[in-house]
Design a protein around this ligand. Sequence first.
Ligand code: ZN
Length: 137
Amino acid sequence: MDSFAITHCIECGKPLVGRKDKKFCDTECRAAHHNKNKSPGELEIQHIQAILRHNRKILKTLCPQGKATVRRELLNHLRYDYRYFTGTYKSAVGTYYLCYDYGFAPIMEGNKQKALIILRQEYMDKPPDPWTLKPGQ
Ligand SMILES: [Zn+2]
């Protein structure tokens, strides 16, 4: 064996089996090692990206036809995280909270809180002017 080859997992120290250029025993050790070397800011970005991905997956699942209305409880049940979105779009219906290529607007049907889920449309990509938005809009 090449005397310079790493023979033990850099992360946990377990003996390595297999390819000579291996540094980790498994993907968990690889991820743990790489996360350790990330700055807190980078970890925060990764964390929020995971939440956005989760939110998008929920919207995509609930909206297979490009438009759907669901009860708010369903989003809550699926642990939709309302803190994060990738953009907003204001329309007559209200404000759409976009999550990549999907989005939802909180609406009322009678006394029921619902979410109108849509597939993002090109016309929604017009950049908003943050300086003209009023608080609460
Ligand atoms: Zn390991």
